[in-house]
Design a binder for this molecule. Structure first.
Ligand code: VGL
Ligand code: ZN
Length: 216
């Protein structure tokens, strides 16, 4: 049992239609297998957590992370950009699109913050804290500190990209950080899940089953 306190927050990463298999033609641009399955568990936890926060991947057209923005490239290929390597993706989470909307079954009525990220045309942002240049802050660390939130439980999409980098940066910025492994799913590029697990272990970030919270 892990008792929750007022300084705990559930951080729900990018639970958006484009990261889930398409339903009725909506979403699916960068679908993560089995992503729908995590929604009921996240809703149940959100109802019990003292604080709930959401992130939303939110890209302009011709975003730097889109393969379509770089002639002669394909999605899932890696290129060098000004800030280093960048994996290219299918166009996804265009701001105000149905693909960028939250999953229709996601039910987090008490969500206190929706943090949008990836809105700068020339910088991608996997992490909820620092964009992919490793320098540009999103403002989330300051927000959490002012709100006296000290412990973060991460869930959502995708385990091997936005959950991974949010967890690593959150921990490095001084927040106690825990990944709820049953409430995430992975894009699963070659090696990406094993690399993520290794990086979380190395950073001393526990991966636990949400049942360990003992609040169901
Ligand atoms: C994500 C790839 C591109 C994620 C966002 O939410 O994990 N992955 N943009
Ligand atoms: Zn994105």
């Amino acid at each position: 049992m892990l008792p929750l306190t007022q300084s705990d927050a559930l951080l729900i990463i990018d639970l958006q239609n484009d990261f889930c298999p398409a339903v009725d033609g909506i979403g699916g641009a960068l679908a993560v297998a089995d992503a729908h399955a995590i929604v009921p568990g996240i809703n149940a936890l959100a109802a019990r957590f003292p604080h709930t926060l959401l992130t939303q991947d939110w890209h302009p057209a011709q975003h730097i992370s889109f393969a379509s923005s770089h002639a002669g490239t394909e999605p899932y290929q890696q290129i060098e950009v000004a800030y280093g390597p960048q994996t290219l993706w299918p166009d996804h989470c265009l701001h105000h699109s149905s693909g960028a909307a939250f999953h229709p079954a996601l039910d987090v009525p008490r969500a206190e913050l929706i943090l949008r990220k990836g809105f700068r045309p020339h910088i991608d942002s996997y992490s909820a804290f620092l964009e992919n240049d490793q320098t540009t802050a999103t403002g989330l660390a300051g927000y959490l500190r002012e709100r006296r939130i000290t412990r973060l439980f991460l869930c959502g999409l995708a385990y091997d990209f936005c959950v991974r980098f949010s967890a690593i940066d959150g921990k490095a910025l001084g927040f106690e950080t825990i990944v709820l492994e049953d409430l995430t799913r992975a894009v699963n590029l070659p090696g990406s899940v094993a690399d993520t697990h290794g990086a979380l272990v190395a950073a001393n970030i526990p991966e636990i089953n949400s049942e360990a919270l003992g609040i169901f």
